[in-house]
Design a protein around this ligand. Structure first.
Ligand code: ATR
Length: 265
């Protein structure tokens, strides 16, 4: 039986096993996908299990998406562009680091049929997921990207790699078509990003990478002002979809039963 893991710290909350095991069963694949709590010191051990074939592939999540890079024999273009690896697989004798968050975001935006071409976007946050969002937005032909982060230095460091992104001061209001919350604010009840959304009434697109809870305060407030809103559920499902297709050479079905599993968990 083939073995796959998602590794991270914390990992308890991860719904990746729910998705992958659902598809494994639906496609009659003799494999198991589990979660593993990791510390940095355990990385060489998991690398050697991947190399020996004891483990057939892993997904990497927070906070290790950068830490596996130096252990890879090769990186996909997506992993290189973002300096971030979330999917690892064996190709012959080589361990390949890949990034499916870019495609995850792109497919999620296409899924909700929002026409992003030439649009002005504001990203709030500068954490691990942001490089993937930036690459995806560029690929989709957006007009202009602004970014703000509570800690300015972190945003500045990020923008060194994405110089066409414009840094704006935390809390500054700006006229855009789409606002993306890429911070972790909203994961806990009562979390408040304290973004003033007055003046963003109607027809703007508010996107939150968070999918649990289903509706963060950021999305709730935006919706109450008549804006379009979307949470990160489909991005999460699509990044898994892409990883599954890399490992098993099958494009699994995203059906309503699967979506319900993610919503109800
Ligand atoms: P990492 O940086 O390890 O990838 P992340 O969870 O992906 O972590 O990113 C956290 C993001 O949420 C960061 O942009 C962080 O801002 P800072 O760089 O200033 O820490 C943002 N964030 C977390 N808590 C926040 C808060 N209370 N207010 C505003 N931004 C917050």
């Amino acid at each position: 039986m083939k073995k796959f893991f998602v590794v991270g710290n914390p990992i308890e909350h991860s719904l990746s096993p729910v998705i992958h095991n659902y598809w494994l069963e639906k496609n009659n694949i003799n494999a198991k996908y589990e979660k593993k709590l990791l510390t940095k010191e355990n990385i060489p051990e998991i690398i050697s299990s991947l190399k020996s074939g004891k483990i057939n592939g892993i997904n990497v999540t927070v906070p290790f998406k950068g830490d596996f890079i130096s252990f890879m024999d090769d990186l996909s273009d997506e992993a290189k562009q973002t300096n971030s690896v979330n999917t690892i697989y064996n190709l012959g004798e080589k361990l390949i680091g890949h990034n499916t968050d870019i495609a995850g975001f792109e497919l999620a935006i296409r899924h909700c049929k929002y026409d992003i071409n030439k649009k002005k976007i504001l990203i709030i946050g500068a954490g691990g997921v942001v490089p993937s969002i930036l690459v995806a937005l560029k690929r989709m032909g957006v007009g202009k990207i602004f970014l703000q982060n509570r800690t300015v230095d972190k945003a500045k460091k990020l923008i060194e790699f994405f110089p066409e992104t414009t840094l704006i001061e935390w809390g500054t209001k700006i006229e855009v078509d789409m606002i993306i919350n890429a911070t972790s604010v909203g994961l806990k009840e009562n979390d408040n990003l304290n973004i003033d959304i007055n003046g963003f009434e109607g027809n703007k697109f508010f996107y939150d990478v968070i999918y649990n809870p289903k509706e963060t305060k950021f999305l709730k407030d935006a919706k109450s002002q008549g804006n379009i809103t979307e949470n990160g559920k489909m991005m999460f499902i699509y990044q898994a979809h892409q990883a599954f297709s890399v490992w098993h050479k099958i494009l699994p079905k995203i059906d309503s039963e699967l979506i319900k599993l993610i919503e109800n968990d």
